[in-house]
Design a protein around this ligand. Structure first.
Ligand code: C2E
Ligand code: MG
Ligand code: MG
Length: 589
C-alpha cells in the first residue's frame, strides 16, 4: 500500500479524531458537552458548535463531519423536521439527537426518522457521549450497507426493482420539468433458460453478470440499468429529444451482445428482445409504461427475437386482452371450463383408427369458446401450461381407457406438450405417475412435441425425451416442416414419427412445391424408419395423393373435426365396423 502521508505509515483514513458538529442553541448545554468530553483522557472527539439549523446545514454541506449531534428544539426548526432537513442535505451523515428525558416515545420515533441514537440531557458523561457517537457511526454504516443491499441486485450490482421504480419516477418528474423524453427499455434474453438448464445455474449467473457488464457499455453513466429478476433487464434513458436516440441505444445493445460470451470455457451466443416505450407520449404512469414496454418486448420476440420493437397503441389493447385471458385462465381448471376434443388418426390402407389427438378447448362464460391459438401461448408464458398440461394428460388417458371399455379396441391417444412443460419439474415422472394412476399401458400414449423444444435446450430435453421414451410411449414431432426441419435433430432425439404440417397438405395436389416437400418428407421418414401422419386432410384428392406417396396415417376434417368425448364416441359408433375400430366407407360424416 502506498504511504498515505502519516508519520506512522498508517493511512489517513484511520485517524482517531472524530469531527462532530453540534447544533445546540442553548450555550450552557453546548459548553457542558464540550467540558464532559474534555474530561476524558485522550478524547478523540473534536466538536464544532453552531446555534441554528440553518448554520448547521451550511456547515454539513461544506465539511465532511463524522457525525452530527443536534438538539430538537432549535430557534429555526422543531423535532422531526430538523432530521428531515439534515437528511436531505447530508444523507450519509450519522445523527445523534439530544432529548430531555429517556423512554421518550418521541425520541424513539426520531430513530425511525433516520437518527442513529440519542443522548439524554443531564444524564450523559464523556465516555457515554463518545460511545454514542461511535455507535451512531457504526449503525449508519450498517444502515447504508443494508440500503445498498435493498436497492441493488446482488448478482450484477445493477439497480434492483425498487431502485428502478424510484429512478423511473424521478426521471419522469425531471422530464416533465425540462420537456424531454424518457425511454424505458425492457429486455429479455432469448433462450437464457437453455443455458441455465444445460450448463447449470452458476454458468447462468456468470452469463447474467457478463451481460450486465456489456449493457453498461451501451448507455451513459447517468442512465439507469436495472435487473428486475431472472433474465429481465430494464434501461431508463433520460433527456432524450428524439425517440430515434433510444433506437440507437437498442441497436447498440443488440450489436454489443452479438459477440459470443465465454462462460466456463463455452462460447455462448446471447440475443435479446427489447421493447421500448416513451414517457410522456405513450403513458403518464409508471405501471402503464412498464406494461407497454413488456408488450412491445413480446412483440419483438414474436418477430423472431434479437430485435427491438417500439410500443404502439394496438399493442396495449393486446396486452390488456392478454392480461384478461391470463386471469380468467387461472381459474379455468377449477371451474371446469376446459375440455378435450378428439380427432381421429386413420390408417390410409386399412382404414383402421389408430388413435386420436387430444385438442384442448376452453369455454369461458364471459369470452365464449377461446381459440387455443389465443390461450395456449398465454398459458405457456405464464407457466399455467404446467398444471393445465397435467390435467390434459390425465383426462386424455382416462378417456382412452373408456374407448376400450366401450369396445372400440385399442385406440391410442396423442397429447400435445409445450416446451415449457419440459423445463418445469420432472416431466417423465409426472407422465409415469399419471399412467400408473390411471392404469393405462404406455404404448397407448403418443406425445407430440414441437421442433422449438429440440432447438431451445438440446441437452436437457434430450435427457427428458430419453426418459419418456423408456416409459414405452411414442414421441411425434408435430408441425414438421414449419420450423428448422433439421435432419440432425431427427437422428439425435428418440423420435418415433413426424406429423407433416397442414400448411403443406392444404394445396395438394397441384402445388408443385408442396408436392415435392411432402414427397421428400415421406421419403426421408421411410429412410429413417419414422412413422408419418399427414395433418389437415380435408378432401379425397389430398387423401389420394398421400396414398400414392405412401403416407401411412392421415388426420383432418375429411374424417372428422375435433369432437368432444361424447360426439367422438358417437362418431366411432357410426363410422367404424362393429367391435373394431376400422373405418366403414363411405363415412357417415
Ligand atoms: P396441432 O397439434 O398441430 O393440432 C392440429 C390443429 O389442426 C388443431 O387445431 C386442429 O383442430 C386443426 N385441424 C385438424 N384437422 C384440420 C383440417 O383438416 N383443416 C384445418 N384447417 N385444420 C385442422 P387446434 O385444435 O386449434 O389447436 C391448435 C394448436 O394448439 C395445436 O396444433 C397444438 O399445437 C395446440 N394445442 C392444442 N391442444 C393442446 C394441448 O393440450 N397442449 C398443448 N401444449 N398444446 C395444445
Ligand atoms: Mg398436435
Ligand atoms: Mg400439428
Amino acid at each position: 500500500m502506498p504511504d498515505q502521508g502519516t508519520s506512522f505509515g498508517l493511512p489517513v483514513v484511520l485517524r482517531q479524531e472524530l469531527l462532530v458538529l453540534l447544533i445546540e442553541d442553548n450555550l450552557g448545554d453546548a459548553l457542558l458537552i464540550k467540558a464532559l468530553l474534555d474530561e476524558v483522557a485522550g478524547n478523540p472527539v473534536c466538536i464544532e458548535h453552531v446555534t441554528s439549523l440553518e448554520a448547521g446545514l451550511a456547515r454539513v454541506v461544506e465539511t465532511g463531519f463524522d457525525a452530527v449531534i443536534t438538539d430538537l428544539h432549535l430557534p429555526d426548526s422543531e423535532g422531526v423536521d430538523t432530521l428531515r432537513q439534515l437528511f436531505t442535505v447530508a444523507e450519509s451523515v450519522p445523527i445523534v439527537v439530544m432529548t430531555h428525558c429517556e423512554n421518550n416515545p418521541f425520541a424513539l420515533d426520531l430513530l425511525k426518522h433516520g437518527a442513529q441514537d440519542y443522548l439524554v440531557k443531564g444524564q450523559s458523561d464523556g465516555p457515554l457521549i463518545i460511545k454514542t457517537i461511535r455507535y451512531a457511526i457504526e449503525r449508519k454504516e450498517a444502515d447504508q450497507h443494508f440500503a445498498y443491499l435493498s436497492h441493488y441486485d446482488k448478482l450484477t450490482g445493477l439497480a434492483n426493482r425498487e431502485l428502478f421504480r424510484d429512478r423511473l419516477q424521478q426521471a419522469m418528474a425531471r422530464a416533465e420539468r425540462n420537456h424531454r423524453l424518457v425511454a424505458l427499455l425492457f429486455l429479455d434474453l432469448d433462450r437464457f433458460k437453455s443455458v441455465n438448464d444445460t450448463l447449470g445455474h452458476l454458468a447462468g449467473d456468470e452469463l447474467l453478470v457478463q451481460v450486465a457488464g456489456r449493457l453498461k457499455t451501451c448507455v451513459r453513466k447517468a442512465d439507469t440499468i436495472a435487473r428486475l429478476g431472472g433474465d429481465e433487464f430494464t434501461v431508463i434513458l433520460e433527456g432524450l429529444e428524439d425517440p430515434g436516440d433510444a433506437e440507437v441505444v437498442c441497436r447498440k445493445i443488440i450489436d454489443t451482445l452479438a459477440d459470443p460470451l465465454v462462460v466456463q470455457s463455452h462460447e455462448i451466443y446471447v440475443t435479446t428482445s427489447i421493447g421500448v416505450t416513451f414517457f410522456p407520449s405513450d403513458d403518464q404512469e409508471l405501471v402503464g409504461l412498464l406494461r407497454n414496454a413488456d408488450a412491445a418486448m413480446y412483440r419483438a420476440k414474436e418477430e423472431g427475437r434479437n430485435k427491438y420493437h417500439l410500443f404502439t397503441a394496438d399493442l396495449s389493447a393486446r396486452a390488456v386482452n392478454r392480461m384478461g385471458i391470463e386471469s380468467a385462465l387461472r381459474h379455468a381448471v377449477e371451474r371446469d371450463e376446459l375440455y378435450l376434443c378428439y380427432q381421429p388418426k386413420v390408417h390410409v390402407e386399412t382404414g383402421q383408427i389408430l388413435g386420436a389427438e387430444a385438442l384442448l378447448r376452453w369455454n369461458n362464460p364471459q369470452r365464449g369458446l377461446v381459440s387455443p391459438a389465443e390461450f395456449i401461448p398465454v398459458a405457456e408464458e405464464t407457466g399455467l401450461i404446467v398444471p393445465i398440461g397435467e390435467w390434459v394428460l390425465r383426462r386424455a388417458c382416462v378417456d382412452a381407457l373408456r374407448w376400450q371399455q366401450l369396445g372400440f379396441g385399442e385406440i391410442s391417444v396423442a397429447v400435445n406438450l409445450s416446451p415449457r412443460q419440459f423445463r418445469h419439474g420432472d416431466l417423465p415422472t409426472m407422465v409415469r405417475s399419471v399412467l400408473d394412476e390411471v392404469g393405462m399401458a404406455p404404448d397407448l400414449l403418443d406425445l407430440e412435441i414441437t421442433e422449438s423444444l429440440l432447438m431451445d435446450d438440446t441437452e436437457a430435453s434430450q435427457i427428458s425425451l430419453n426418459e419418456l421414451k423408456q416409459l414405452g410411449l411414442r414421441i411425434y414431432l408435430d408441425d414438421f416442416g414449419t420450423g428448422y426441419s433439421s435432419l440432425a435433430y431427427l437422428k439425435k432425439f428418440p423420435i418415433d414419427g413426424l406429423k407433416i404440417d397442414r400448411s403443406f397438405i392444404r394445396d395438394l395436389p397441384g402445388d408443385s412445391d408442396d408436392e415435392a416437400i411432402t414427397r421428400a418428407i415421406l421419403a426421408l421418414s421411410q429412410a429413417l424408419r419414422l412413422r408419418v401422419v399427414a395433418e389437415g386432410v380435408e378432401n379425397e384428392f389430398q387423401l389420394e395423393f398421400l396414398r400414392q406417396a405412401s403416407c401411412d396415417v392421415v388426420q383432418g376434417f375429411y374424417f372428422a373435426q375435433p369432437l368432444a368425448f361424447e360426439h367422438f364416441v358417437g362418431w366411432l359408433r357410426c363410422n367404424t365396423k362393429h367391435a373394431s375400430s376400422v373405418v366403414r366407407w363411405p363415412l357417415a360424416g
